[in-house]
Design a protein around this ligand. Sequence first.
Ligand code: BTN
Length: 337
Amino acid sequence: MLSTKQKILRRLREAQDYLSGQELSEDLGISRTAVWKNIRNLKKEGYPIEAVTNRGYRLSAVETEDADLFNEEEILRHLKTAWVGHPFYFAAETGSTNEDVFRLSGQGSPQGTAAVAAIQTAGRGRRGRQWISPAGNIYMSILLRPDLSPEAAPSLTLVMAMAVAAGVTEITGLPAQIKWPNDIVMQDPEGQFRKVCGILTEMRVENAEIRDIVIGIGINVNQTVFSEEIRETASSLRLITGHSVSRSALTAAVWAHFERYCTLFLDHRGFAPLREEYESVLANRGRHVRVLDPAQPYDGTALGIDERGALLVRKEDGSICRIESGEVSVRGIAGYV
Ligand code: BTN
């Protein structure tokens, strides 16, 4: 069911010329004041609506796919999934979208439910860190209730990493790769890999069974300034592409890729059918890495992943180690990857 605001937007998009306030009010069965208020709200959200006395309203022709309008209507316009993002909730600001989805899950919301926000005030990162969440980026989380054992959950983070990499590549036209297990990286103009997205998967288990899983994604889209701590390793799609990127289109693209990959994963009850494709975008592959094993850090070469998503590293003595995601950190020797 479209809201009045959405109906006005649709009418303006369809119209070839100006639409008068009178026409809109008659078409939609609302008062002229209601038309005016909705137009004012649309303008506040960034829609380039021109108002000309005696002619009415027109959506400016400069409205392009590139304009970064991030709200419920725009996401709906790009939405092409069957279950991911059904339903979804958009907030201009929230504490943490992971927290929001856990709350929705508790209220009985179905698998695929998503929360999206333009700003987070209590964003969570991996290893108990904060995820600083300023305006300009995407913060979103998706609910899953898979019929799997809790041990299979970490692989879902890898599934999401593939979806983000595919979505970013689709929208920017530039290669996005994965730093195992789940950071999305892109090369800056100097060829250095930089993190543009982090993923945090959280799970609630009851009687040794999964109650719910929330996968949260933070994508640096149009952010241009980074704090000192992450300035050397992070970047954004805007800094890498040189132009602003549509967050609504990217959100919908990531959901579509996630739906496809996740369905494969759930149908096959494992990562095996995705392994080859994951490896094709694995930035660490063939690179010299340092494994920060708390017992004894060691260096080696990343070979790829196994059927369960563990990273395989050949140590300098020729032996091969299997690293489960979340167990230890892996760093590049020469750079971030
Ligand atoms: C990381 O540390 O790399 C993972 C960061 C994950 C951040 C996202 S933003 C949306 C979702 N909500 C949160 O509170 N965290 C995740």
